[in-house]
Design a binder for this molecule. Structure first.
Ligand code: ADP
Length: 403
């Protein structure tokens, strides 16, 4: 437990997640999250991974209480860490890694925060109005409470900055990119990067052609060539790409014009419709694949349809990205659906035999980390998402470089 530590902060509009890692060993000591910030019903949940007074791996959930926002949540978390003895003093924190959603084309890696970085994050709020402003509040609060500590921004978009221009440009006048920044950026970059590194670790070498599928509430698929992202399914915003829990994914842009023109809908209504009321939820009545699977097994046709749509789209992206990569050596599934929904993986992989890909049905049903079939020429892994660890590693780096 003793030694320098890195704090990871993922601050959102109504929730905040945090974790403490011991460096240089990367060991996770504690992680937790506070939900429903701003209400009287805030919940606080932690998982301990150290032998504390009340044990290892214990989940502590506190009674509902009130915390106004991220600004108030940060000192609450630091007090908790001190009170519980996870930190002897705040001086033990040598670096803070902040998840920042949008770095646009300004950052292709993590950035040590200074006034210019903060100004950029503020400026890029126009692309991620629900995220960047809250990320910034977290940064400024930590700067104040943890003076002199390395604050590092780890951007969701950074890993995808290696995409070539024929991938990231849309088929519209390039001036829209030059003047307004309209292009594909991609998201979940930290998760795709973590999975690609973990798969490399499993294999003992970096595969030339890899596809990583992050399938959670939000989902995206990335084509990775020699360790670099060359295409990804999310675009200018995270609404693009696959059908998701409550997001539509890619639809013909003319549908939006139709909603505006014929149904006289306001942009805010369309935003709500596309991001909160669409996707699997609109087809099956629930955006949660656990419910959908249960209902489909009990004969609900709409739930079966939703699963078919999801599996079809995932396979379609993988097939397309196999063409991007001119073949495939390694396929990775991660996040809530990718790690647990074996029936989705099975349905997806059934359509990929043309790539020489085959899975071991038994291992797949057990969510084994390596589900590659005996005759498969493509390796297939199930890797638990761990963006926090990737953020911790990248946040610790400047401190390590200084030692
Ligand atoms: P987020 O994108 O919010 O980080 P997660 O990666 O935790 O989300 O994924 C959440 C989704 O994963 C849930 O909505 C659900 O659809 C799916 N999921 C979680 N656990 C399971 C499970 N055991 N079986 C099938 N699907 C699951």
């Amino acid at each position: 437990m003793d030694g320098p530590k890195v704090l990871v902060i993922n601050a959102g509009s109504s929730s905040i997640k945090f974790a403490i890692y011991l460096i240089p060993a990367d060991s996770l000591l504690i992680k937790g999250h506070i939900d429903r910030l701003g209400s009287e019903q805030c919940t606080f949940k932690v998982d301990r991974f150290y032998a504390g007074p009340t044990g290892i791996g214990e989940v502590v959930e506190q009674q509902p209480f009130h915390l106004k926002d991220v600004k108030h949540a940060i000192p609450f978390i630091l007090d908790y860490l001190l009170k519980e003895g996870i930190l002897k003093s705040l001086d033990e924190i040598v670096a803070v890694g902040h998840r920042v959603v949008h770095g646009a084309d300004k950052y292709n890696s993590a950035a040590l925060i200074n006034a210019e970085v903060k100004q950029n994050i503020r400026h890029l709020s126009k692309y991620a109005p629900l995220h960047n402003p809250h990320n910034l509040v977290g940064i400024e609060r930590c700067e104040k409470l943890l003076k002199g500590v390395h604050q590092v921004a780890v951007f969701d978009t950074a890993f995808h900055q290696s995409m070539p221009n024929w991938t990231y440009l849309y088929g519209i006048d390039p001036d829209f990119y030059a003047e307004h920044g309209i292009r594909k950026y991609g998201f979940h970059g930290t998760s795709h990067k973590y999975c690609s590194l973990k798969a490399t670790e499993f294999l003992g070498f970096m595969p030339k052609r890899m596809i990583t599928c992050h399938l959670g509430n939000g989902s995206s698929i990335t084509a990775i060539k020699n360790g670099l992202s060359v295409d990804t399914s999310m675009g200018f915003t995270p609404t693009d790409g696959l059908i998701m829990g409550t997001r539509s994914g890619a639809i013909d842009p003319e549908v939006i014009l139709y909603l505006l023109r014929e149904l006289k809908q306001k942009p805010e209504k369309i935003d709500q419709f596309l991001n909160k009321e669409s996707g699997l939820k609109s087809i099956a009545g629930s955006g949660d694949v656990r419910d959908i699977w249960n209902n489909a097994r009990h004969g609900d046709q709409q739930s079966a349809l939703a699963l078919d749509m999801l599996s079809y789209e995932i396979a379609r992206y993988i097939g397309g990205y196999a063409a991007t990569l001119n073949g495939l050596d390694c396929l990775v599934f991660t996040a809530g659906i990718g790690e647990n929904a074996w029936y989705v993986r099975a349905a997806v992989c059934a359509n990929l035999s043309f790539l020489g890909l085959q899975i071991d049905e038994d291992k797949n049903q057990r969510n084994h980390h390596d589900i590659t079939g005996p005759d498969s020429i493509v390796k297939v892994f199930v890797i638990p998402a761990n963006e926090e660890l990737q953020i911790a590693r990248e946040a610790a780096q400047p401190w390590k470089d200084n030692q």
